[in-house]
Ligand binder design. Sequence first.
Ligand SMILES: [Zn+2]
Length: 373
Amino acid sequence: MNPQISNIELLKLASGDIFTLQVYKFIGKNLGKKVYIQANLHGAEVVGNAVIYELIEFFSSLEENSIAGEIWLVPVCNPLGTNQRGHFFSTGRFNSYDGINWNRIFWDYEKECLDLDEFARSQINNPTDLIRQNYLQKIKHAWSKQLEKIQKPSRVPWRQEYRYQLQSLCLDADYVIDLHSSSNQAIEFLFCFQERQDNAKYFLLDYGLLMDRYDGDAFDESFLKPWLALENKLSQLGKDIKFDIESWTLELGSGMTINPKSVAKGVAGIKNYLAAKKVLQNSVVNHSHPVNVVSRKNLTSYYAPTGGMIQNRLGLGGQVAAGDRVYQLLSFNKQQELPKIFDIYAETDGIIFDISTNQCVNQGEYVLDILNY
Ligand SMILES: [Zn+2]
């Protein structure tokens, strides 16, 4: 089957050029769920684009009756971030205009919905599908107010227009998958919500970080939190339901690079998840991949105790025990003394989860993460 390909004009630049999003939609023959997959929200995190390319190839090879529902794919979803450079380096994590992290800008209806209690009470005798429909209507109504703001003569900052375009694509989705990587170098893992962690195994990754604290206004959070809030409220009122709505952030290795192993893991995991969700029909599902899901609190970032050059750092994915040396800092001085070597030791057992690409650090700059699990 072929995808429907459409464009959304995103941003007109001072030079007269226009940045545009391109959306690939695979619409199955049978009714079903809506899946939304985007990549490269952070400019350096390019690996998801290759994952989306592989998925487009794969879905294109299928017959229409092999997909139930719709799969929407948006590669290079943040042209400003993707194209941003500092010499050889793509950074693209922060909007260079206002300094804000591109993944902390999204609209979270939970924060705005002041009558959730009243709404939940009014729905208590309704079936789950109808509650979902009614709540989505409520979200869409609030969303239309955002558009009104954008269209006023006073307008809004760009980040609010941008989020409007991206979130409009997936407000009514069932499953959202946001493809990231480290902006540095990391192993592959996913972020998952406590309430949905049972399904993390379908992505076939070895590690999951539980979102037991929120960053605030991240893409995955903004999509799912309003629904979790409603589930929670209904549960307080004695009605335990779970909407089949999920949001995942896959972290597929390192930034500024496309590691074939990371691409293969991303593609295999997404295919298996879609098979488990029956979006891909008649596919064999792997239900038994063991995934280590741990709290984000188990991740410790190490920052340089003084300025210098990182050397003899343990490699990515390596096991450490508390007390092991994890790296050295070669530190120069202006006190007419010889350079010194400092050894830095692990505070906990764990694995080297993420490392800085730059081995030259000022005091207090990031060096590595150890995940204790
Ligand atoms: Zn990211």
